[in-house]
Design a protein around this ligand. Structure first.
Ligand SMILES: [Zn+2]
Length: 221
């Protein structure tokens, strides 16, 4: 649906200045407006199309709050991996599995722009280097703060660790509760999704994968 169609949609409670309000959406094409201002205009339009009065006291600040919120929730697009890792790689002579469990993450599903959240578990077998613990959480966060699918998020974290660490193997297992599933549609409040990405030795060696999954415990279904 394009903006012309949205703007021609009937509004449940038309307001006196309704026509003016409806024009704000098209102003978002103005190249002189910054992104926050465009989001404010779009949210205002959305509220009107939903039959709401965007000037009532509760909604007055909403477009601005949402603009600032998306800047924060989608900051992962602007994060630079090199700055993030900032040299926190250390040479070691350690060939055993490193497991980091229960990294909390919050993301937005790209299908509904609703949150999904849960825990990520990361394991790797070092090549020549290990990485600072907090950096793994930051890499998870960098990809979580984008519009995502849990499957892709899981793969991106694994691929990034593979690139940064050059390990013998890396595994990422993520568990997620999806509000788009809990609040609407199937209304499965307790259903959680588990996704995994296995690279290198975790991909090739069944025993290693089994050892990891045993360490992580049963799937939370
Ligand atoms: Zn969704």
């Amino acid at each position: 649906m394009n903006w012309d169609e949205i703007e021609s949609m009937p509004v449940e409670k038309p307001r006196e200045n309704g026509r003016e309000d409806h024009r704000v959406a098209s102003e978002t094409y103005d190249p002189h407006l910054d992104r926050d201002e465009k989001i404010r205009l779009l949210v205002r339009s959305l509220l009107i199309v939903l039959g709401q009065d965007p000037d009532q006291s509760g909604l007055k600040g909403t477009p601005d709050r949402i603009a600032r919120m998306y800047t924060e929730l989608l900051s992962g697009y602007e994060t630079n991996v090199e700055t993030l890792v900032n040299g926190a790689l250390f040479d070691v002579d350690y060939g055993e599995m490193v497991v980091v469990k229960d990294i909390e993450y919050y993301s937005l599903c790209e299908h509904h722009l609703l949150p999904f959240f849960g825990r990520a578990h990361v394991a790797y077998i070092p090549g020549k280097q290990v990485i600072g613990l907090s950096k793994i959480a930051r890499i998870v966060q960098m990809y979580a703060r984008r519009l995502q699918l849990q499957e892709r998020l899981t793969q991106q974290v694994a691929a990034q660790l593979q690139e940064v660490l050059q390990p013998q193997g890396v595994a990422v297992v993520m568990e997620g509760t999806h509000l788009c599933m809990a609040m609407r549609g199937a209304k499965q409040h307790d259903a959680r999704m588990r996704t995994s990405a296995m690279l290198g030795r975790f991909h090739d060696e069944l025993a290693l994968r089994a050892e990891l999954l045993q360490q992580l415990g049963p799937a939370p279904m």
